[in-house]
Write a protein that binds this ligand. Sequence first.
Ligand SMILES: [Zn+2]
Length: 258
Amino acid sequence: MGAAGRRVCEIDASEAGAGNISLYLGWDVEVRHRFPVSEQLTLPLATPALAGHTVLVTGSGRRLRQIADDPLAAVGALRVDPGGATATLWTAPHRTFERLTSELNSHLAVHRDQVARRGLTFQAIVHAQPVHLTYLSHIPAYRSDEALNGALLRWEPETVVSLPDGIAVLDFMVPGSAELMAANVAGLRGHEIVLWAKHGVMARSDVSVTRAVDRIEYAETAARYEYLDLVAGRPAEGLTVGERRQVAVEFGVASRWA
Ligand SMILES: [Zn+2]
């Protein structure tokens, strides 16, 4: 989580306390040794699929760039109770946050959905606010899956390999709202990264937290190319659909964007 937080900051995708990270661990984890302080919490949504398991979550207002310096101060461990309505939050005595991230409901909803539907034992979720992707989402013409992916998957050959499903685009919704939570869950069923219009992105991975950050990097780099081309007056050709298709065939990737 520390390495992921640093990388997110290096690409300017998390100013100050923006962004948050969670990891679902679907096996027995001994958390009391590092997080001896416990309190009972009512979860923002019931997550029976996660009962008995642990979710590591960043604290509200914590800077992602500082997690690596003192992870125990910035992260809490939620052990979900039987039934999934409540949980025990385990933290370190020197924790530097009052509450867990304000996006906790979106994190838990995606963990619940993926674990219930796919039986995952591990999932990493990262929310970040990359400048170029977010800027493009302020332009109405980019606010559809068709337009955004058509524009972004044409700048580097590996983008179609790394993001074969593209990026799901959601309309603006209030941060932390039930509406955003539901749309985000639906978006992350068919994609590994979702763009929340005028706000930022959420990416998931079954493999590792750095892999989730990789998705954000690929998408943000593509958005930076698109922004450069926009500012330069559109002189660039970009990879054609035919060139993208050649790459997809060579790498054995199926994508509707190539
Ligand atoms: Zn945010």
